[in-house]
Design a protein around this ligand. Structure first.
Ligand SMILES: NC(=O)c1ccc[n+]([C@@H]2O[C@H](COP(=O)([O-])OP(=O)(O)OC[C@H]3O[C@@H](n4cnc5c(N)ncnc54)[C@H](OP(=O)(O)O)[C@@H]3O)[C@@H](O)[C@H]2O)c1
Length: 332
């Protein structure tokens, strides 16, 4: 079967290639096999190729999430069944024509959800729920009143939009921070009542201060990273927490110890790579909620373009350069 693999650590555009590899093993106890139809190229997937392979391993298949149809089930699996349409995560090697995964990783897709939307229903929503869980905990511990604004950077990104949606649903006031006017327009379209600050505008800090209007901001949610961290910290209340969930700038932070020390600021990182360590019940609830979100708000799961495996290089490039939705690979 065809699969996207890499053999040497390096930039994904240089080292990822399509290869004919052996079929995955038949599903064992508690596993299912899925014929993959569509799989997204996440920014995180592209970072994955910088990791050296373990000794004795000659190649690793790429991709983490997909949509497809169950083609075989192992012993002790009651759901899903053969023929069910499923969204799968984690699906190591999801950019392959077939994957074998634990049955719990395959969630049945409601009929109203398209294949494309199903393929991007899990990772970003689950990540957004993990971020919200951290913020809930912080706001509860600090007894933050619902009126306290939540500042959300990268608010127009795939994960950012889902964070904003769920924060508004909690009754919180959100102040969105984005880089460009294009992203501001995206926020206005989806959340017309949410104020937006654009960091490409030289007066953005003044505008943010105006919107905060002297109220304490105990939590800021950030995915810009890099030098932006030092710029946003003055807006965090003393003893407040910066919840970090992305690295769009892909640059080191430029903090001095004193930036954190005198005001006892905290940093809380949240990553889907640690999500498998969450309790089973939390992961099951996250998967179900993600599919519900996809059903209720497909407009938040935007697709930029779809590519075949032969167009892998274009798909990688589009993931890095486009700013308006997920990039998908079609397989079967
Ligand atoms: N923690 C987790 O578990 C988790 C899960 C998924 C993703 N992530 C990470 O979260 C971040 C966002 O991912 P995503 O998939 O939501 O992104 P995305 O949908 O690809 O959106 C990226 C948006 O961010 C803006 N952007 C790009 N570079 C930027 C920069 N240097 N500074 C500020 N804004 C920038 C662009 O908007 P403009 O039009 O404004 O330029 C673009 O529209 C990435 O770092 C990703 O790896 C983390």
């Amino acid at each position: 079967m065809r699969s996207v693999v890499y053999s040497e650590a390096g930039d994904a555009a240089a080292v990822a290639r399509v290869e004919d590899i052996p079929e995955p093993p038949a599903p064992g106890v508690g596993e299912v096999q899925v014929a993959v139809s569509v799989s997204p190229v996440h920014r995180g997937d592209l970072v994955g190729t910088s990791k050296a392979l373990s000794s004795g391993v000659s190649m690793r298949a790429l991709g983490t999430e997909a949509a497809g149809v169950v083609t075989a089930v192992g012993e002790s699996v009651s759901t899903p069944r053969v023929g069910d349409r499923v969204a799968v995560f984690p699906a190591v090697g999801a950019w392959s024509e077939r994957v074998t995964v634990p049955a719990e990783a395959a969630v049945i897709v409601p009929e109203t959800v398209s294949e494309e939307i199903a393929s991007i229903a899990l990772v970003n929503s689950v990540a957004s729920r993990d971020v919200l869980r951290a913020i809930d905990e912080l706001r509860t511990t600090a007894a933050v009143p619902d009126e306290a604004p939540l500042v959300v950077s990268a608010a127009a990104s795939a994960v950012g939009k889902l964070i904003v949606r769920q924060a508004i649903d909690r009754g919180w006031e959100v102040i969105a921070v984005v880089r460009s006017e294009r992203s501001a327009a995206t926020v206005h379209t989806h959340f017309p009542d949410t104020p937006v600050v654009v960091t490409q505008d030289g007066r953005w800090q003044r505008e943010l201060a105006r919107l905060i209007d002297g109220r304490p901001v105990p939590v800021i949610s950030d995915a810009h990273g890099g030098p932006f961290v030092q710029e946003i910290l003055p807006f965090l209340a003393d003893a407040g927490t910066l919840v970090v969930w992305g690295d769009l700038a892909a640059q080191p932070w430029t903090l001095a110890t004193m930036d954190l020390l005198m005001r006892e600021l905290k940093v809380r990182a949240v990553s889907i790579s640690r999500w498998m360590s969450r309790p089973d019940s939390v992961r099951a609830a996250d998967r179900e909620a993600a599919l519900e979100l996809a059903e209720r708000h497909p407009e938040l799961l935007a697709v930029h373009a779809t590519y075949s495996l032969e167009e892998l290089g274009d798909a990688i490039n589009a993931t890095r350069t486009n700013g308006s939705g997920s990039v998908l690979l079609t397989l079967n």
